[in-house]
Design a binder for this molecule. Structure first.
Ligand code: ADP
Length: 422
């Protein structure tokens, strides 16, 4: 079998030249253009010899050697460095780092195969012990200096990223807030128009007018929901969610949500099995936020279940907590997606294929519904998860979302960051 050489070099011309020469000399050659990639390839292929440039954009040839030598599998692998500089301190430091030998650029291609064979057969450059001690000390201090510079660089870019993140949050909150104010007015005007007696009279005689007005009000309501979702998710993401805790009846909340979906459920010929038993009557929680979370879960069950499907909702009271489940007979969710669907803006299907309806089969949103549910439930000290055998629009395995909530929600301590009062 041909010996394998890993060649780590960032200059494409040198890479091609050396690779061709070594191939010609009968070696198998793997190439990497950066140090990190070189280390990964070495671990994967365990080459017979590693040839590395000293000055690479990420790690130096010395550092690659130190990293690999720490791994038992590379204790005896010949590692040869390539450099444009002549012999001297650099050479001594290479030996100190664990490199077997040194080839200077420009390479003598005629001799390359012979030089490689020398190191493959156990060749080793040797320096006097005092020079080795001095080179080791210099190498260590250079590595520490580089490490310190890198840490400072990373800290600075980390700080810049945090700043950018805060700007993004503020931007989202301000934009959504600024849009909400005029939209509320537009919504109010559209309601006034609907109640305006001459227009009401016109609507009774002209179907087109009533269809247009209904379409207008529906679209405004949809825009309003989207903006509210963005505001809530940005509060959840910045952990600025405030619970307004009062005595609640969870079963009654579910019942109210179902009433809101009544028309959609009838249009879609869906069966609802809602078991009124087992719902605790002594809970303390934020009624509005829980209504929103439950509405998102039931809305999803409607969206991802074809017509004539069944949605079953039941609760089990446990000591100090309640567990309620929402099961549908819909398309189901792949196991790989069962965690990521709770992350912001994660939608399983292509968002461009979503219809805009909140209740049509396959109707979509922005992938914020479940992260909002999770944020609200976690803010109450609860948990949410999903069980499904997988996604199959033909077989319809269905999904069950299971929520656990403490009977008495505790207000989580809020971080002391400055917040917008929305
Ligand atoms: P969306 O606004 O896209 O519905 P969600 O955060 O509510 O966003 O849900 C994220 C994704 O999880 C959805 O795009 C969908 O693919 C999947 N999903 C949520 N609920 C169900 C369900 N009951 N059945 C099947 N898939 C679901």
């Amino acid at each position: 079998m041909k010996p394998t050489i890993l060649y780590i070099e960032d200059d494409p011309a040198s890479r091609r030249l050396v690779q061709r020469a070594l191939n010609y000399a009968g070696y198998e050659v793997i190439v990497a253009e950066r140090g990190i990639v070189g280390i990964d390839l070495a671990r994967k292929h365990q080459p017979d010899l590693i040839l590395t440039d000293i000055n690479l954009p990420d790690l130096s040839g010395h550092e690659i050697t130190t990293a690999l030598r720490a791994d038992e599998r590379f204790h005896n692998t010949p590692i040869v460095a390539l450099t444009a500089q002549g012999y001297g301190v650099q050479h001594d430091m290479a030996i100190a780092a664990g490199i077997n030998g040194y080839l200077t650029k420009p390479l003598d291609i005629e001799k390359l195969s012979e030089q490689v064979a020398y190191y493959l057969n156990g060749g080793q450059d040797i320096i006097e012990p005092e020079r080795l001690v001095a080179a080791k000390a210099k190498y260590t201090s250079e590595i520490v200096a580089r490490l310190e510079a890198r840490i400072r660089e990373l800290e600075a870019s980390n700080e810049a990223l945090h700043r950018l993140d805060r700007m993004k949050e503020t931007f989202i909150q301000l934009t959504a807030h600024e849009l909400r104010t005029p939209l509320t007015l537009v919504y109010g005007y559209s309601r006034l128009l609907e109640d305006h007696p001459p227009l009401r009279a016109l609507m009774q005689h002209d179907d087109l007018v009533s269809t247009l007005l209904e379409g207008l009000v529906d679209s405004i309501e949809r825009m309003h929901t989207v903006i509210e979702e963005i505001l809530i998710i940005s509060r959840i993401m910045t952990k600025q969610i405030d619970l307004s805790i009062s005595p609640i009846n969870l079963g009654v909340i579910v019942q109210k949500v179902l009433t809101n979906f009544e028309t959609a459920l009838q249009d879609r010929r869906m069966n609802i099995r809602f078991d009124p038993a087992g719902w605790p009557s002594n809970m303390r929680a934020d009624a509005d936020l829980l209504r929103l979370a439950i509405s998102n879960l039931i809305g999803n069950a409607i969206k991802y279940t074809p017509d004539y499907g069944t949605i079953t909702i039941w609760a089990e009271e446990e000591p100090d907590k309640v567990r309620f489940s929402i099961r549908d007979t819909g398309i189901g969710i792949d196991r790989d997606d069962q965690v990521s669907i709770f992350e912001e803006f994660h939608t399983v299907s292509d968002i461009r294929l979503h219809s805009t309806s909140k209740t049509a089969f396959g109707g979509g949103g922005m992938g914020l519904g479940l992260p909002i549910c999770k944020g609200i439930i976690q803010a109450h000290g609860g948990q949410i998860r999903v069980e499904s055998e997988g996604c199959d629009p033909e077989r319809l395995p269905g999904s069950t979302f299971i929520v656990t909530l403490p009977l008495i929600a505790q207000r989580a301590p809020r971080p002391s960051t400055k917040r917008l009062n929305l």
